[in-house]
Design a protein around this ligand. Structure first.
Ligand SMILES: N[C@@H](CCC(=O)N[C@@H](CS)C(=O)NCC(=O)O)C(=O)O
Length: 202
């Protein structure tokens, strides 16, 4: 199987860190797609990912999977150990709850801020809308505060153990640096959580 990856981009990183946590990075062939060179908009790549987004996974039978979390779900099935998405209905629900909260309320809010505010993104986000950036920045900062409060009582985001939700938060934390935002320095509990995750996938 082949994984289409962009090393600087956070969604593909969610998949490679997930594979790393499984010890299975070598199980896939990786092809790099440069977003800055707009390779993801080429006709050839659109055959793989009609929405022109990275990552994408192509299975040996030709099946194409193009959402990072869906790709992780596939890998969780074929490489079950260590478990990263829950072992019973309660764990699965709690891990999904936190993963979706981080993705929807932090990761995507931050991406909307970045895409609408950073000059580097002007060719991809046309037009950039300052009001959208300001609103999304406020949402992302509010969510980071909530996550920090949650981590005051919890070593990991869900079920007292490392999971896909922590991987999503970890990738967001690195991504935030593009706007010179360091949530792990600004927020004490995110800062204490970080080395626990680095130990698994850093
Ligand atoms: N929901 C998708 C989002 C994928 C996505 O937005 N990928 C970004 C890179 S992090 C991308 O391909 N951007 C290209 C563009 O915006 O033109 C997923 O989770 O895989």
């Amino acid at each position: 199987m082949k994984l289409y990856h962009s090393p600087q981009a956070p969604n593909p990183e969610r998949v490679t860190k997930f594979l790393k946590a499984k010890g299975k990075l070598d199980a896939v062939e990786i092809e790099e797609i440069s977003i800055m060179k707009q390779e993801h908009k080429s006709e050839a790549y659109r055959e793989v990912s009609p929405f022109s987004q990275v990552p994408a996974l192509v299975l040996d039978d030709g099946t194409k999977i193009t959402e990072s979390r869906a790709i992780c779900t596939y890998f969780e099935g074929v490489f079950p150990e260590p478990n990263l998405m829950g072992t019973d209905p309660k764990e699965k629900a709690l891990i999904e709850m936190w993963d979706r909260r981080i993705e929807l309320m932090l990761f995507i809010q931050f991406a909307t801020w970045f895409r609408n505010a950073h000059p580097m993104m002007a060719p991809l986000e046309n037009p950039q809308v300052p009001e959208a950036a300001a609103k999304a920045e406020k949402s992302a900062r509010a969510m980071a505060k909530r996550v920090n409060a949650h981590l005051a009582e919890n070593d990991f985001l869900a079920c007292g153990r490392f999971s896909i939700a922590d991987i999503t938060l970890y990738c967001f934390t690195g991504f935030a640096g593009v706007m010179k935002w360091k949530p792990h320095e600004e927020f004490e509990n995110i800062g204490k959580w970080m080395p626990r995750v680095v130990e698994k996938i850093g």
